[in-house]
Design a protein around this ligand. Structure first.
Ligand SMILES: Nc1ncnc2c1ncn2[C@@H]1O[C@H](COP(=O)(O)OP(=O)(O)OP(=O)(O)O)[C@@H](O)[C@H]1O
Ligand SMILES: Cc1cn([C@H]2C[C@H](O)[C@@H](COP(=O)(O)O)O2)c(=O)[nH]c1=O
Length: 211
């Protein structure tokens, strides 16, 4: 069986993490082995970098280099081996987040991000031209004002969550621009949790990722 690389994306507070447990249960019930992971993070080194990225002041180039450094370790150590085994890889954020947050949010050069993406996600040997990309990206689309209300009081904000709503409007626009790619499935996240889940399950069945 071939591996499935599924990513979850959206602005902070859009509700994507709330559905990862259920996704894991669903795929396991269909007989699949699941590797559950997140970005930035997913390896000891990448989790160390995550701690710095979410807490330390830095400019947009440093931030971009650190997220891609964390990603390289994660891709090599976790994602590629899991896909080679045939696992379903459930990854909370991947490179779309970099284009949305560092690109659209911070205003950092998308051409430089694309170059880093090619270096970090290039295949090996005969596959050198193939770029590792998710098979499907569940994009939890939620108005930034609603997301901010959901996050208020839920937890102490990190360096991104502490950004003003204008930042998240730019990030949301960045995701919307990337959603033209057919691997994106838009999930209307401005609905009660059970209805959000219903959309997630339906899209996976429609696209043939679940029996
Ligand atoms: N459909 C929903 N309706 C109302 N509240 C929700 C819904 N889904 C999640 N929440 C609540 O919104 C908050 C953010 O949800 P969650 O942590 O899943 O978001 P997230 O997209 O993973 O955010 P982040 O990327 O910042 O981790 C939580 O308090 C969660 O309980
Ligand atoms: C992968 C990635 C993430 N970010 C930001 C987005 C979020 O604010 C945090 C991660 O926190 P979460 O609660 O686990 O969603 O990191 C980023 O700016 N760039 C990236 O590439």
């Amino acid at each position: 069986m071939s591996g499935l690389f599924l990513t979850l994306e959206g602005i902070d507070g859009a509700g994507k993490s709330s559905h990862i447990d259920a996704l894991e249960v669903l795929f396991k019930a269909s007989g699949r082995t699941v590797t559950r992971t997140r970005e930035p993070g997913g390896t000891p080194l990448a989790e160390t970098l995550r701690g710095l990225i979410l807490s330390q002041p830095m400019d947009a180039l440093t931030e971009s280099l650190l997220v891609f450094a964390a990603r390289r370790d994660h891709v090599v150590q976790v994602i590629v081996p899991a896909l080679a085994r045939g696992d379903v890889v459930l990854c909370d954020r991947f490179t779309d987040a970099t284009f949305a947050y560092q690109g659209a949010g911070r205003g950092f050069d998308a051409g430089v991000l694309s170059t880093l993406e090619r270096w970090v996600q290039a295949g090996q040997g005969a596959d050198a031209d193939a770029l590792l990309q998710p098979h499907i990206t569940l994009w939890f689309d939620l108005n930034p004002e609603v997301a901010a209300e959901r996050l208020a009081g839920a937890r102490l904000p990190d360096r991104f969550e502490a950004q003003p709503v204008e930042f998240f409007r730019r990030v949301a626009a960045g995701y919307a621009a990337r959603a033209a790619d057919p691997r994106f499935a838009r999930i209307d996240a401005d609905l009660p949790r059970d209805q959000v889940w219903h959309q997630v399950e339906a899209v996976l069945r429609q696209r043939g990722h679940l029996a």
